[in-house]
Write a protein that binds this ligand. Sequence first.
Ligand SMILES: Nc1ncnc2c1ncn2[C@@H]1O[C@H](COP(=O)(O)OP(=O)(O)OP(=O)(O)O)[C@@H](O)[C@H]1O
Ligand SMILES: [Mg+2]
Length: 343
Amino acid sequence: MSASRKVNEMSDRLYVGIDLGTYQSTIASSADKMHTIETVVGRPKDAVARNFLGRDVLFGDDALKNKLACNLYRPMAAGVTQDDEANLAAAKAFVSHLLETVDPEEYDEVLGVICSPSHVSFTDKSNLVATLRGQVNAIMVVTEPFATAYGIDEIAGSIVVDIGAGTTDIARVYGTFPTDEDQVTITEAGDWLDLQLMELIKKKYTGAQVTKDMVRKWKEESSYVGGDTREVTVKLSVEGKQQVVDIGDLIQEACGLIIPKIGNAIKKIVAGADPEYQPILRNNIILSGGGSLIEGSAERIASEIADIGDVKVWCVEDPINSVAIGALKLASDMPDDMYTSIN
Ligand SMILES: Nc1ncnc2c1ncn2[C@@H]1O[C@H](COP(=O)(O)OP(=O)(O)OP(=O)(O)O)[C@@H](O)[C@H]1O
Ligand SMILES: [Mg+2]
């Protein structure tokens, strides 16, 4: 690379879109980089573990692989008090790590649009700013549904339903930044579904030894709602003895449990809208987030809410990355005065 080219690059401004998720986080940069990392941080348990691992902090997969030698933190999870020092430090380390993956040091200035879980309250948002200070020059905080709608050019009139791990966030979008009244958040989302499925398995197979991680994997591989019951065989331990069992019916049942919860929340969001806009919103309901990967979810939700009139429900193409992609698009489209400088 020539010296002059290098100088040019140094004077550049980097835009980033960051989706901090309960379960996984994604960063997208204007230099065409995108990374998704599970929102988990590991710290070696003791000096032996520190020596063996050869590092003070581990992230994502790396932390999970070494979980027995580490204390694990999920700093964005529901119920985590973000003013607890260990979690706050973990959040900070995690965000730095996420940013480092897009090489911010090669740029003069970094401007970021950030989405954080809706259960992260106002105090935590100031923690969020503290976390980003020194790494990003200016930020703008937006909600997940709005970022998604912006990214796919659907801000004119839509309802975006982001089915994440910790929460399902449902928002009316009609051409401007949504206010708090335009959004409803329910705690029935991916993690909740995992617990339902775990209960159903334990009820049917007494003594079954299953963890949340096992159940989540099975769900991600075979989730579906509606239609005929499918066969899904898995291996599990029942009182220490391995068994091969069919949980296809239980997966269908557990996934089905979330449909009326989401349906009711969508109805509330429609009912609260300007009546002249309701038909437009009803006919453009967009599912996103990992939960929208449940096969048949759009069809089942559409029939669940069919009693409110004609509806159209569809899924975004890239549900895991849509928030970060939308946030990046907002980052580069918005004028500088929309940002809060955090230098
Ligand atoms: N194929 C699939 N079927 C059903 N659920 C899935 C599938 N793939 C991923 N998920 C679930 O989606 C959730 C993760 O989605 P996403 O990345 O949108 O959440 P998040 O952004 O981390 O959470 P939140 O938005 O609540 O902070 C997890 O619960 C995961 O198990
Ligand atoms: Mg999310």
